[in-house]
Design a protein around this ligand. Structure first.
Ligand SMILES: Nc1nc2c(c(=O)[nH]1)N[C@H]1C(S)=C(S)[C@@H](COP(=O)(O)OP(=O)(O)OC[C@H]3O[C@@H](n4cnc5c(=O)[nH]c(N)nc54)[C@H](O)[C@@H]3O)O[C@H]1N2
Ligand SMILES: Nc1nc2c(c(=O)[nH]1)N[C@H]1C(S)=C(S)[C@@H](COP(=O)(O)OP(=O)(O)OC[C@H]3O[C@@H](n4cnc5c(=O)[nH]c(N)nc54)[C@H](O)[C@@H]3O)O[C@H]1N2
Ligand code: SF4
Ligand SMILES: [Mo]
Length: 919
């Protein structure tokens, strides 16, 4: 077993410390391996990101593993081939295209989910040795505006703060982030800090009332896209109330006068800002007062700020306020961009964005190209390195569409889903002469476009490092062998590089050697001529043992800071040429995707608590499917009413270029005129519920980040003649003809798949239809034709093969009982008799799962509340909900409040959270 050094070992059980592969919090995980499987995970108590905590996704990691559903063999043109053949084909086709069309016809599209070592060699191969600048990453969709904002203000892509700052702050401003769902462990840390320090305040700024509002002292439900006005307003207010840190401004910054005058122009008074942002003026001024009167303020921001056509400006509007108040470079203070992916930061460090070169150097810095070329020894190549930046993600796919880019290698991301205007992206992929895809999962929306498919190892198999949101480098450790013939990404890249003739430069035998080179480059000629903040030269020469034993450490790590650096800019010195931070004049701009009479509703897209991106991993843990089982759209009651759609009914959103079908959730958490949809569902799981099909490919002119939060759509009911739920045992059928229905979604469960179906066409005869859909005779059936209801099931050789209910899903029994029957070797007679009822006599449906850790449903919780358990602790004592990872606590509180309010006012439906009315 590799990498198990950092843990205790017994004969049959081994433990290793590794890092969670999901969000940018970067929690330490202690994994237990028994008899060749990873049997359990727990939070690493010593890891500085989480000190033992894990969220629901992290704590289900071991349930997402296993060989099933994994890519295990390379493929070329649809045929399974040996690695030799696949690698030869990759190298030969790249060489032919390069000979015919030049270096710049080749491109790579990488991901913040690669390890730093994978990233480093990919960047080195494409920019260094293939001489093409067109290597970009999905971090473009995620962090590009934050990067550009930091670079403009500080002269480097450097996150000033750390997680302790969130605990030490007197005020935490959470803007454009649903921390409770997307960075749950950080959220928990802030919550605990707030309990310890009653003076600490939290402000949440988000158009939606999210679960993060649970800890909010003040909530500002802004009009989408108005954050720059709001922060310009703050700067102008601070100036007018003499709340500036004039000494700090004078000593450590420049650009203040211009920034202030731009702010004053766009934000003439609190009333004007409040009107523009559609928030209550008094509450807005309360926020301004709190911000201005505290020194220890952290503003934490994420995709509600970044994913905008003016995202960079929004970042700088926030940073301006911190600089103007001197709220930076101190414990508990600073503008803190929280990264999304586990290694978004590592990608930025190696230079994975198309406008970067390597190791925090870009093309604009005089001498940087030559420096990198010297280090990589590419001086004999032509060109020694590309001359200037390459295409950013959206531009890259435009260039493919134009026929300019002929070869694309995609690693660990799914542009067919996550890039805006998915239809256009798919057309480009279709056209591209050579698409190479390195991937772990056997079934994704991208794989059908691949000419060459390369099976990659995944989490728990691969070895390397990742950097989290607070610049902390941690090890991911390989504990299991990759399934089938899957190989590590770095190996695949190096094997191709060697076939292309670059043997010496890619002759690594272990990721520790790549890390060593990366660390050396960061320190290489890192002097006054081309100084870089990103310097981990202190980690050079670890050797394999030192690398395997590496404990979490924050960069810079060098001679001056051998133990790492907790906080940047403490001395007021920035990475600009004059050492001063820059304030920028910001002229706010609204979303570019315009609303119109045809598309009058604002579309917001984002994440849900228990799923990760395109669900290739989280959907493998059935319990993570229960919190939100189907694709949905969240709609304000009045918009639902106006469009004639009902809660739990089906509806369709249409945008200029795409369509989205999903179940309706009517919710007061939404503002009027705005709809929220999740980003997670793909064609592998549902019909037409890809959020990116509704988003136009409009980007921020500076960062190239798409405006994914601000689409324009129209809403209509999805007519249905019937609705049905079909449960099918895994392996029971070879084809799924019911996917011709107008609506279908597949929900993986343990040992079976659940399908929710609906169609506009009447079903002539269900029993006849079943014969064409499913093999095996119907074993039990009950029919109520007058009401269009039917239940049927098939038992073969004592095993339950499928189960069907025609009728609205709200009539479904709790599915846990049925799931257990599907997993029974031989069905007993008494169970067989109850099949159609779908439950044990008297066993009640526990409702939609709220607590994923303990699988506690909403109905059970509401019943307990009605019986007097009216606090989270009491519910936990009775049902165990909320007692493990704590992610469901906001929802529990909300259920308590709603149930109590409903008891007082039977028709009240408003979601109540502290201070959370939409203002
Ligand atoms: N469970 C889960 N966690 C994840 C992920 C996941 O897939 N699932 N993905 C990870 C990744 S890669 C990322 S990038 C992060 C993202 O983390 P977040 O940024 O927290 O995620 P989102 O849900 O995309 O959007 C955040 C919030 O921005 C709000 N918003 C939309 N428009 C505006 C606006 O104009 N102004 C303001 N102030 N707010 C607005 C949305 O309503 C939403 O609540 O999450 C990471 N963590
Ligand atoms: N509308 C809309 N679109 C968005 C967003 C939004 O908020 N709204 N958010 C954007 C953001 S912030 C992000 S980060 C992106 C995320 O979007 P993507 O990056 O496209 O989504 P993932 O599902 O994370 O894709 C990762 C793929 O890599 C595979 N994989 C996992 N580990 C490995 C590995 O080690 N090696 C290899 N080779 N493959 C691996 C997984 O199986 C999966 O198929 O979506 C962006 N798109
Ligand atoms: S908070 Fe993020 S890093 Fe931590 S366990 Fe959850 S998903 Fe993993
Ligand atoms: Mo992201």
């Amino acid at each position: 077993m590799r990498g198990a050094k950092a843990g205790q070992q017994t004969k049959t059980m081994q433990q290793a410390k590794t890092t969670c592969p999901y969000c940018g919090v970067g929690c330490g995980v202690t994994a237990t391996v028994e008899a060749g499987t990873l049997s359990a995970v727990e939070g690493d108590r010593e890891h500085p990101a989480n000190f033992g905590r894990l969220c629901v996704k992290g704590s289900a990691l071991h349930e997402t593993l296993g060989d099933q559903g994994r890519l295990i063999k390379p493929r070329v043109d649809g045929e399974e081939v040996s690695w030799e053949q696949a690698l030869d084909a990759t190298a030969e086709r790249l060489t032919t295209l390069r000979n015919d069309h030049g270096h710049q016809c080749m491109a790579a599209y990488l991901s913040g989910q690669l390890l730093t070592e994978d990233y480093y060699v990919a960047n080195k191969l494409f920019k260094g040795f293939l001489g093409t600048p067109h290597l970009d990453t999905n971090s473009r969709l995620c962090m590009a505006s934050a990067v550009a904002g930091y670079k403009r203000a500080f002269g480097a892509d450097a996150v000033p703060c750390n997680y302790e700052d969130l605990e030490e702050a007197e005020l935490v401003v959470v803007v454009g982030s649903n921390l409770a769902w997307n960075h749950p462990v950080l959220y928990q840390r802030i919550k605990v800090a707030k309990e310890r320090n009653p003076l600490m305040r939290v402000v949440v700024i988000d158009p939606r009332v999210t679960d993060s509002c649970e800890i909010a002292d003040l909530y500002l439900g802004v009009k989408p896209g108005t954050d720059a006005v709001l922060f310009n307003g703050l700067l102008a207010w601070m100036a007018s109330k003499n709340k500036l840190d004039t000494v700090y401004l004078e000593r450590h910054t420049r650009g203040f006068d211009d920034a202030l005058s731009a702010a004053q122009q766009s934000a003439r008074s609190v009333a004007e800002v409040a009107a523009a942002c559609e928030v209550d003026a008094e509450r807005l001024e309360t926020f301004y007062y709190w911000f201005a009167s505290q020194l220890h303020v952290v503003t934490l921001y994420s995709q509600g700020i970044n994913q905008s056509s003016s995202g960079t400006d929004k970042c700088n509007a926030i940073i301006n306020c911190h600089l103007a108040g001197g709220k930076i470079g101190l414990p508990g203070a600073g503008p803190f961009s929280i990264t999304g992916q586990p290694n978004a930061m590592g990608g930025r460090e190696v230079g994975g964005l198309a406008n970067q070169l390597a190791a925090h150097m870009d093309y604009e810095t005089p001498g940087a190209r030559e420096l990198v070329s010297r280090f990589w020894a590419t001086d004999s190549l032509t060109p020694i390195l590309p001359n200037g930046p390459g295409y950013k993600a959206v531009e890259l796919f435009d260039a493919i569409e134009r026929g300019e880019i002929k070869a694309l290698w995609v690693m660990a991301t799914n542009p067919a889903i996550s890039l805006p205007d998915a239809v256009h992206v798919r057309a480009a992929l279709e056209k591209c002469p050579l698409v190479i895809v390195s991937e772990c999962a056997a079934d994704t929306d991208l794989l059908p476009y691949a000419d060459i498919v390369l099976p990659a190892s995944g989490w728990s198999e691969k070895d390397g490092t990742v950097t989290n949101s607070e610049r902390c480098i941690s090890r991911q450790r390989g504990m299991l062998p990759p399934p089938g013939e899957a190989r590590h990404d770095w190996q695949i890249i190096c094997d191709v590089a060697k076939r292309l003739g670059f043997t010496e430069a890619f002759d690594y035998t272990h990721p520790s050697e790549i890390f060593d080179e990366h660390a050396r480059l960061s320190g290489f000629e890192n002097t006054a001529t081309i100084p870089r903040l990103f310097d981990i030269s202190g980690l050079v020469g670890l050797g394999r043992d030192g690398y395997d034993a590496l404990t979490p450490i924050q960069w810079p790590v060098n001679a001056q800071a051998p133990h790492g650096t907790a906080r940047l800019f403490e001395n007021g010195q920035f990475a600009t040429s004059d050492g001063r931070a820059k304030l920028l004049p910001i002229t706010p701009r609204g979303p570019e995707q315009a609303l119109s009479p045809s598309y009058p509703l604002r579309l917001n897209t984002g994440r849900i608590r228990d799923q990760w991106h395109t669900m290739t991993r989280t959907a493998r843990a059935p319990r993570l499917m229960n919190h939100r089982a189907e694709p949905f759209m969240e709609i304000h009651p009045e918009d639902a009413h106006a469009a004639g759609v009902v809660d739990q009914g089906l509806a369709v959103l249409t945008a200029a270029k795409g369509e989205f079908r999903a179940r309706v959730r009517v919710s007061n958490a939404q503002r009027r005129g705005e709809i929220f949809v999740p980003i997670h569902w793909t064609d592998c799981f549902t019909r037409l519920a890809r959020s990116s099909a509704l988003i136009d490919s409009i980007t921020d002119p500076l960062s190239g980040q798409p405006e994914s939060k601000h689409g324009a759509v129209t809403l209509a009911p999805l007519a249905d003649d019937w609705q049905a739920t079909l449960l099918v045992a895994d392996g029971a059928v070879e084809s799924t003809p019911w996917t011709k229905s107008a609506y279908w979604t597949r929900i993986p469960m343990r040992g079976l798949q659940r399908w929710q179906l609906s169609d506009t066409q009447p079903m002539a005869g269900w029993l006849a239809q079943l014969e064409t859909w499913l093999p095996g005779a119907v074993s039990v059936v009950s029919q109520d034709s007058a009401n269009g209801r039917l239940r049927a099931a098939c038992v073969e050789d004592g095993q339950l093969r499928w189960w069907l209910m025609v009728g609205p899903p709200k009539e479904l029994p709790g599915l846990a009982w049925l799931q257990a029957r599907f997993n029974e070797a031989v069905l007993s007679d008494s169970h067989r008799r109850r099949l159609l009822a779908g439950c044990n006599d008297g066993a009640a449906d526990t409702g939609q799962v709220v607590c994923s850790c303990h699988q506690v449903g909403q109905t059970a919780i509401i019943n307990a509340i009605r019986e007097g358990d009216t606090c989270v602790e009491a519910l936990g004592a009775r049902l165990a909900c909320g007692t493990q990872c704590g992610s469901c606590i906001p929802e529990l509180k909300s259920l308590i409040e709603t149930s109590l309010v409903e008891e007082e006012r039977p028709n009240a439906r408003a979601k109540q959270t502290p201070n959370s009315e939409v203002v």
